[in-house]
Design a binder for this molecule. Structure first.
Ligand code: ADP
Length: 588
């Protein structure tokens, strides 16, 4: 099970394999990426050259009163400043462009991946975590590309550039100016470590918040029915408080860090003025050099603090990308090694000694065997937990049996290509899932090859066409999220229409247990008869009429077939089925 408190494995910064995988996402845009690197070099040289040019302007032209020379120098400075501004604009625009493109590709890749993962994966993975991977983690990665990667490189280059100019101008002053740098680095390192830990806490709480909201929203009716609002709100308040606290910690570090940088900068400036001014008076140092150094000290602190900040987000981005890669490395796919893909199947279904356990040796189905000829109907009855839905799960290939074989038309199910197989097996679950889109798309499920006529024909057949036409917009009526604006019976009928347009040879129906009004009940009954006609049908039956009409009945108990036969034969036997049948209203 997912344990949100469990420390997740975090990738080390600059793990080479991780970086090369991240790079594989940049590769399609590598031209832009190289332009970005070039631009950072341009800025890394131009920015530190300015104080040096000011030094030359003061010492060579102002001191010697060379007005024309000064103007030329100023002209150059202005020109280079324009180039730098342009480079900065391009850098900012292109890095954002790159970030957005990479994230778009990555989101598609993640979705394309998780859409193929199997039921076991979904059983154990909280949806909130998947939402976080697809939304927040990719967002972080986009920040890495759009801001941090280029910024870290540019800051680093600027630091190297400034140090080089400083030593070139006056190495003694350079050493003096840089005396506070070790202290600066130490403070920055402590800050970085502290905020990194705080960020991790923030991130963990975000995952918890997402999972919490996701599950509570999905189960809101349960929360409300059991008057759980106050308790749930309390839990949410606690989580939010954790979130605030985690953020508060990192804020505190920030509030401390920047003033301490200011103190160190002031110490540096004081040292420089004290020693430099003495040098100017004694004519060891020029006024231009002192001015340039004052500028350098001011400039020097910005990239260092930026580096610390961006380093953190870079690290967070890599943590996120590590998690994304972990998800992309998960290969719990639906096994699709079968190649048999017939245009049509007759529809006979046979279970031969099928054993299945969701986990380990805890078998849910224990040696199930039955043989259902094409176009016949099979009703499965049994108490809750007997294993009825599990038989459906196996038939839909959500899981594979550990022992035994399931055959369709005499051929092992595993030899079929999964998508082809699923096209021949229709499924209507009792809890109908509708997407928040139009009625029309809920019937076709976005398959453009299904014509409008066919949709209307199917709707007419199940008797819901007239109802749809009464809705505002008819077939274009937007059903609310999960189809909440429709009644249970209407959702059932829509699900019938959905299956009918696909016209499968085998139909699996999990009958709704909810009692409906007489009118809808009748509609559903008529629709069911039409739906099942001329197909192989497997029904988890809850209604007497259904079992009575079934060609064969399977009575399931704790994963074994207790009895089987026709309704009459089973009644005559006066066994388990007969006791179930004699219970009022329902057979299961
Ligand atoms: P029925 O449909 O007859 O009510 P099911 O087939 O849903 O019964 O369940 C049979 C048994 O399998 C139950 O004990 C249930 O707890 C277990 N089970 C069902 N689904 C899962 C799952 N996804 N993971 C683990 N166990 C499951």
């Amino acid at each position: 099970m997912f344990n949100p408190n469990k420390k997740q494995k975090r990738p080390k910064l600059f793990k080479r394999k991780l970086l090369s995988r991240v790079y594989s996402f940049i590769k399609p845009y590598q031209f832009v990426f190289y332009i970005l690197i070039f631009l950072t070099f341009v800025i890394g040289i131009l920015e530190p050259s300015r104080p040096y040019m000011i030094q030359i302007a003061i010492d060579r032209y102002v001191a010697l009163k060379d007005y024309a020379g000064l103007m030329k120098m100023l002209f150059w400075m202005l020109g280079l400043l324009l180039v730098q501004t342009l480079a900065q604009y391009l850098l900012s625009y292109l890095s954002d462009w790159l970030g957005q493109h990479v994230v778009r590709d990555l989101r598609i890749k993640i979705y394309a991946h998780i859409i193929r993962l199997n039921a076991t994966f979904y059983n154990k993975t909280p949806l909130g975590r998947l939402v976080t991977r697809n939304i927040s983690d990719t967002e972080k990665l986009s920040e890495v590309f759009s801001q941090d990667l280029a910024a870290v490189l540019a800051d680093f280059l600027q630091l190297v550039g400034m140090a080089s100019f400083m030593f070139y101008i006056d190495w003694k002053l350079a050493l003096l100016s840089l005396t506070t740098v070790p202290l600066l680095l130490a403070v920055t390192y402590i800050f970085k470590e502290k905020t990194k830990r705080a960020y991790r806490e923030v991130n963990d709480v975000v995952v918890k918040l997402n999972s919490f909201i996701q599950s509570r929203l999905t189960g809101m009716s349960v929360v409300q029915v059991f008057n759980g609002e106050a308790a749930e709100l309390d839990k949410f308040k606690t989580l939010n408080e954790d979130y605030r606290k985690a953020n508060d910690k990192s804020n505190r570090y920030y509030s401390l860090y920047f003033p301490s940088l200011e103190i160190m900068r002031s110490i540096g400036i004081s040292l420089l003025i004290w020693h430099g001014a003495k040098g100017v008076i004694q004519e060891i140092t020029t006024l231009g050099s002192l001015t340039a150094f004052l500028m350098y000290i001011k400039m020097f602190f910005r990239p260092v603090s930026h580096l610390a900040e961006h380093f953190n987000t870079l690290q967070m981005g890599l943590v996120s990308s590590g998690r994304i890669m972990e998800l992309l490395d998960n290969n719990e796919f639906v096994d699709n090694s079968g190649r048999y893909a017939p245009e049509q199947v007759q529809g006979s279904v046979a279970f031969e000694e099928v054993w299945f356990a969701y986990e380990g040796q805890d078998y849910t189905l224990k040696g199930i065997s039955f043989d259902l000829s094409a176009r016949k109907s099979l009703a499965i009855v049994g108490a809750t937990g007997a294993g009825k839905s599990t038989i459906i799960n196996l038939l839909e290939r959500f899981y594979e049996p550990q022992k035994g074989v399931i055959k369709i038309d005499g051929i092992n199910m595993l030899d079929y290509e999964v998508h082809s197989l699923r096209r021949h097996i229709g499924l209507v679950l009792q809890d109908v899932f509708l997407f928040s889109t139009t009625i029309y798309e809920n019937i076709t499920l976005g398959d453009d090859t299904i014509s409008k006529d066919r949709v209307i024909e199917a709707a007419k057949m199940v008797g819901i066409h007239d109802f749809i036409l009464q809705l505002p917009g008819g077939y274009d009526y937007q059903v609310g999220e999960r189809g909440m604006t429709l009644s249970m019976g209407q959702r059932q009928l829509l699900a019938f229409a959905r299956v009918l347009v696909y016209n499968p040879s085998i139909l699996i129906l999990d009958e709704a247990t909810a009692s409906l009004d007489i009118e809808t009940e009748k509609l559903i009954q008529q629709a069911t008869i039409k739906l099942l006609a001329s197909r192989t049908a497997i029904i988890i039956a809850h209604r007497l009429t259904t079992v009575q009409h079934a060609d064969h009945i399977l009575v399931l108990d704790h994963g074994v077939i207790k009895e089987q036969g026709t309704h009459q034969a089973l009644l005559k036997k006066n066994g388990y089925y007969a006791t179930l049948y004699k219970r009022p209203y329902q057979v299961a």
